[in-house]
Write a protein that binds this ligand. Structure first.
Ligand code: ADP
Length: 308
């Protein structure tokens, strides 16, 4: 009932005391490999939150690609729509994690960048049959556009995580009519509006501006350790959702756990605010575990936190 169009990224994570300066070589304090990519993370999160989930995307015919198919299958995600590119490698991500749990990330798209609108159209059956489609911006924007158009025209609910995003991205304009719910984090919300999210009092105005600019049904701004803000235009409802106090070790993938959970709840018929409350718990729990795809919680754990 949830379909995710998105990226597959093998993450090679370094930990360090601080970010290196320009030209500096800095000794790290740790290293780990994880399977991630916003698409994979969201698909696994949605599946763990109880949704029947399929993923559409492109991997290489390499060892990393095999690792993804195994991980997705073991989480019950349908991989039959995944295309294996014969010559490009699977995408890689290079996150740097700091002692306070903050991160900086470089991604190299590789096979992800090769997905075409024809690949997306070949997956029309699953895109149009799903109740909820979740898309991010790690794939070429034409592919995201094609998927959003197919799902939206078929009457599905569409979610866009506008990440990664630059300050001016005119190609995004074409997506607007096909997105129901936009889920930016603070950095993305600021980039899309030119306004500053650091001042908490600005967030409602930013959400309203995005909702108008994008003609949204709802806008959810994720605020990291400050929780989330939800604007539900259909219900004329706005609410600041308070964060959970958890023992955060690694924030990589928090936004994806949040979005995957949101997609699963919406596919299950929840209204937007209730879906955000549970997603806020799922996002918080994901920060208590290292890694990206594998850090998403199961539904029972998120509900236990919600009801605690
Ligand atoms: P992203 O990973 O895209 O930058 P955020 O950092 O905003 O996204 O995190 C997404 C969601 O995860 C937040 O809205 C919140 O619900 C939860 N979350 C993230 N960091 C924390 C934290 N330190 N404590 C509690 N919840 C968190």
């Amino acid at each position: 009932d949830v379909c995710v169009l998105g990226s597959f990224m093998k993450d090679l994570v370094a930990s360090a005391e601080r970010r290196p300066l320009p030209g500096e070589t800095l000794h790290g304090t740790g290293f780990a490999e994880f399977l991630g990519g916003k698409g994979v993370n969201q698909a696994i999160a949605a599946a763990r939150m109880g949704a029947r989930t399929a993923i559409v995307g492109t991997i290489g015919a390499d060892r990393y690609g095999e690792e993804f198919l195994e991980l997705l299958a073991s989480n019950g995600v349908d991989t039959s729509w995944v295309v294996r590119h014969p010559s490009l490698g699977t995408g890689v991500g290079l996150p740097l994690v700091l002692p306070d749990g903050g991160n900086s990330i470089i991604i190299v798209s590789r096979a992800n960048a090769a997905i075409t609108t024809l690949d997306v159209e070949a997956a029309a059956d699953v895109l149009t049959a799903s109740k909820v489609l979740s898309v991010q911006l790690e794939l070429p924007v034409e592919a995201s556009h094609a998927a959003l158009r197919l799902a939206s025209t078929a009457g599905g609910t569409t979610i866009l995580t506008p990440a990664p995003v630059g300050p001016v991205d005119p190609a995004l304009a074409g997506l607007a009519g096909y997105v129901d719910i936009l889920v930016p984090n603070e950095v993305e919300a600021a980039a899309l509006t030119g306004l500053n999210c650091d001042d908490e009092s600005q967030v409602p105005m930013i959400a309203r501006k995005l909702a108008e600019d994008w003609d949204l049904r709802g806008c959810v701004v994720t605020l990291g350790a400050r929780g989330a803000y939800v604007l539900d235009r259909a219900g004329s409802f706005e609410e600041r959702i308070a964060p959970y106090a958890v023992d955060t070790v690694d924030t990589v993938g928090a936004g994806d756990a949040f979005c995957g959970s949101l997609a699963a709840s919406l596919a299950d018929g929840a209204d937007l605010v209730d879906a955000v409350r549970l997603a806020n718990a799922a996002g918080a729990l994901s920060t208590t575990v290292n890694g990206a795809a594998d850090s998403a919680p199961v539904r029972a754990a998120a509900i236990a936190l919600l009801e605690s």
